[in-house]
Design a protein around this ligand. Structure first.
Ligand SMILES: *Cc1c(COP(=O)(O)O)cnc(C)c1O
Length: 383
């Protein structure tokens, strides 16, 4: 059996070596390292794939979130509601811009922001909601967009884990994740579903004016060379990263299908296992069907409900199986983001999830032998 990796980027590279190398070589030959044609081409191709009017590439996903918030002209003291159970980047940029993060609990079935908790958190100061499409599945965007309309709030989608996923609205229409709110941010960190070979990110929006504002912000607030109209940042996707992404974008659906195949096999293995909760499909889906693209399994995350998560993790180390604990501490308990207004009883779900979750190896190169070894090891341990 091949050694199991949490994310197998080397194995993936073997299959796309020629494509990627040619693409990178082109940049080297033409020495167009910054703002080269590759960046513009990638931007256009991603706009086409997502069916969104504007993709604005930038240096990483964290920048993308920050720039999206700068573009909306949020002001110090404005409250921004986001999930307590996510990677810290989301809340970090809110705090960095001197906005007030308002963390709320998540839904125990799908790990995404809890709609009732969002409603309860709204005050006259609330200006935006940041749903995170955690582990590759959209938050309940019907409800979030409805709340936003009602209270005149912006919706900023954190799509770092959800690229390629679709969301089906209650009326049957479908949109790609990251094209539903006013603006979205994504990351091309190597281990993301569409990853480059360094850092990268992008902002998406269908709003022409906002896109114009953001294009200036990513480039030192310049709309005309050496005229700085707003305070901006320097945040670029470099041409070599764009070249890698151009080589990989045509494979994104195939890659996401492979992830779903692996998730389906994990689900089949664990469906009847005591003390294990398999990830639930949200937004009306019963299971991972063949046509279903509503979950792209950035992570495949189990809940171990008998208190033995850490013992299992130790066992996996001994058996040579990598895993991840995403996330081990709720954001409201992180030193940087504590707030005396938070009450523990409002974070029942995240406080439980941090003790129960474990993410299994998930990537495009997992084979049946590896999956069987992983599932049998876990089932034997828990029985
Ligand atoms: C990865 C990630 C980010 C940050 O992306 P970087 O490119 O690493 O800055 C933000 N939010 C979520 C949910 C992520 O998973």
């Amino acid at each position: 059996m091949r050694k199991i990796q949490m994310v197998d980027l080397q194995g993936q590279y073997e299959f796309i070596k020629d494509r990627v190398n040619n693409s990178i070589n082109e940049v080297l030959e033409t020495a167009t390292f910054i703002n080269g044609p590759e960046v513009r081409e990638f931007q256009k191709e991603l706009e086409g794939y997502l069916d969104v009017k504007h993709v604005i590439p930038c240096a990483n996903g964290t920048d993308a979130l920050q720039i999206a918030m700068m573009g909306l002209d949020l002001q110090p003291g404005d409250e921004v509601i986001t999930a307590d159970f996510t990677f810290a980047a989301t809340v970090e940029v809110i705090a960095l811009l001197q906005l007030t993060p308002v963390l709320v609990d998540v839904d125990e079935n799908n790990f995404n922001i809890d709609i009732e908790a969002v409603k309860k958190a709204i005050t006259p100061k609330t200006k935006a909601i940041v749903p995170v499409h955690l582990f590759g599945q959209c938050a309940n965007m019907d409800a979030i967009m409805e709340i936003a309309r009602e209270h005149n709030l912006y919706v900023i989608e954190d799509n770092a884990q959800g690229i390629g996923a679709s969301y089906t609205f209650a009326d049957g229409t479908k949109k790609k994740s990251g094209t539903i709110g006013h603006v979205a941010a994504t990351s091309f960190f190597p281990s993301k579903n569409l990853g480059c070979y360094g850092d990268g990110g992008a902002i998406f929006t269908n709003d022409d004016d906002l896109a114009h504002t953001i294009r200036g912000i990513v480039n030192h607030g310049m709309y005309e060379r050496y005229h700085h109209d707003v305070v901006g940042v320097n945040s670029r996707l470099d041409s070599i990263q764009a070249a890698v992404l151009r080589a990989k974008l045509p494979l994104l659906d195939l890659y996401n299908n492979k992830r779903r195949d692996a998730a389906r096999k994990y689900n089949t293995a664990f469906r009847e296992t005591e003390h294990v909760k398999i990830p639930q499909m949200a937004n009306g889906c019963e299971s991972i069907c063949d046509q279903c693209d509503c979950h792209v399994f950035h992570q495949y995350t189990l809940r171990i409900t008998n208190g033995k998560r850490d013992a299992l993790a130790q066992h996996l180390v001994e058996k040579g199986i990598p895993f991840g604990i995403y996330y081990p501490i709720p954001l409201h308990k992180q030193k940087a983001y504590t707030d005396t207004r938070y009450k523990e009883e409002n974070f029942k779900v995240t406080n439980t999830l941090v003790q129960e979750v474990i993410s299994l190896p998930m990537h495009t190169e997992l084979d049946d032998e590896q999956i069987n070894y992983i599932t049998n090891t876990i089932k034997n341990f828990l029985s």
